[in-house]
Design a binder for this molecule. Structure first.
Ligand code: C2E
Ligand code: MG
Ligand code: MG
Ligand code: MG
Length: 282
């Protein structure tokens, strides 16, 4: 009967809810441990200049090998870290790690590449974020231009005035700023005009669908046109096929990132890739 079903549904619901809360607590506890025991690593995904084929930048992506559960995706643990203050120590770890890595690559004589890191809203709401980044850059003696911050569109739009002030300070410091996953949030071209942004990253959903659907192609085309008229560069995310790349090239997109070029790589794998590219072009 309906009543029985209702009862069952209720029981199921509460036990599921309890499970998710327990799960969250477990992940939070595990993140604290991971920070102490150095379980996080960064992988680096190349970003290629479409015209020249050169690797001009990388995006640093968090990887976590949990001792009991194995690999846990950032898409799973970042939102949980954001709900607590754990995103701050994670963000700080990422920042320091990329600065350290950039210094190592510079010492090894690798060609200069810009390193992008993903920054969460919670980090932006930290009042001393700008001073903190400045301090870390100085500690590692790093040119601010080497560092690119990726922020998601919805994040920038939700706290527009505050975020705008922070972004302007970061811009004044000399950092590069990118809007991530563009097109998936609350897009407003009017806000885009106000943000001191250098780069727009078109979300991979458009890149993947533009081959089949003309409206996705229209969006890609429009984003490129608007970005260029605002003196911004465009990165296409999630490029997996030659066909996608050909379309992007034809449409005048500046840069591409995706499995077609490379999956995110460990620092060592990335060094090997760069060395072999160097060998090829000389
Ligand atoms: P994102 O910043 O948009 O990063 C791009 C994601 O797309 C990465 O997933 C990358 O591995 C994946 N990807 C790259 N090329 C392709 C492709 O050709 N096809 C497909 N299907 N996927 C591709 P990942 O590494 O799982 O990261 C997921 C998200 O987690 C990131 O999305 C970012 O929002 C967040 N994230 C990762 N690392 C950090 C971090 O250090 N801090 C913060 N706050 N967020 C992070
Ligand atoms: Mg990103
Ligand atoms: Mg993205
Ligand atoms: Mg994303």
């Amino acid at each position: 009967t309906a009543k029985e079903n209702g009862g069952n549904t209720y029981c199921f619901y509460t036990s599921e809810l309890k499970k998710t809360n327990e799960e969250k607590l477990y992940i939070q506890h595990s993140i604290r441990k991971a920070l102490k025991q150095n379980e996080f690593t960064l992988h680096y995904q190349p970003i290629v200049d479409i015209e020249t084929g050169d690797i001009v930048a990388v995006e640093a992506l968090l990887r976590w090998y949990h001792p009991k559960r194995g690999w846990i995706s950032p898409a799973t643990f970042i939102p949980i870290a954001e709900e607590t203050n754990l995103i701050q120590p994670i963000g700080d770890w990422v920042l320091r790690k990329v600065c350290e890595q950039s210094k190592v690559w510079r010492k090894k004589g690798l060609p200069h590449v810009q390193i992008g890191i993903n920054v969460s809203i919670k980090q932006f709401l930290q009042a001393d974020l700008v001073e903190h980044i400045e301090h870390v850059l100085r500690t590692y003696d790093l040119d601010p231009f080497c560092l690119k911050l990726e922020i998601t569109e919805s994040m920038a739009m939700h706290h527009i005035d505050y975020v705008l002030a922070q972004l302007q300070s970061l811009k004044n410091l000399g950092l590069q700023l990118a809007v991530d996953d563009f097109g998936t949030g609350y897009s407003s071209l009017n806000y885009l005009k106000k943000l001191p942004i250098d780069i727009i990253k078109i979300d991979r959903s458009f890149v993947q669908d533009m081959v089949k659907h003309s409206y996705d192609l229209s969006i890609v085309r429009a984003v490129i046109e608007v970005a260029h008229s605002l003196q911004m560069k465009v990165v296409a995310e999630g490029v997996e096929t030659e066909e996608q790349l050909a379309i992007l090239k034809r449409e005048g997109c500046d840069r591409a990132q995706g499995y077609y070029f490379s999956k995110p790589l460990s620092a060592e794998q990335f060094e090997q890739l760069v060395q072999s590219e160097k060998g090829r072009s000389h």
